[in-house]
Ligand binder design. Structure first.
Ligand SMILES: [Zn+2]
Length: 89
């Protein structure tokens, strides 16, 4: 077993925060995911950073159209869509 590859599992905070902010890592890069998981186990700072990033992501998701709208907002949106459609025809 080579020591080099073992050592590569331990990444710096800089690398960890890069992996956290680069969200494709959760869809791809199993090794990156593992490295990040190992780092998060030993580093409280990056754990907090990761948590904050997830909260921001969750909040950002609320801004998408899938978020729940009130009946009034729905009505206004439908009106706006109708107006737009009529304008195009
Ligand atoms: Zn760290």
């Amino acid at each position: 077993m080579s020591q080099g590859s073992h050592r590569k599992l331990f990444i710096t905070c800089q690398e960890a925060t890069y992996l956290i902010s680069k969200d494709e890592v959760w869809a791809t890069g199993l090794l990156d995911k593992l490295k990040l998981a190992v780092h998060l186990m030993i580093c409280e700072f990056c754990r907090r950073f990761s948590k904050q990033t997830k909260i921001i992501e969750r909040q950002a998701r609320h801004l998408t159209p899938e978020a729940r709208l009130s009946e009034e907002e729905k009505g206004l949106m439908e009106e706006a869509i109708k107006t737009k459609e009529n304008g195009l025809q």
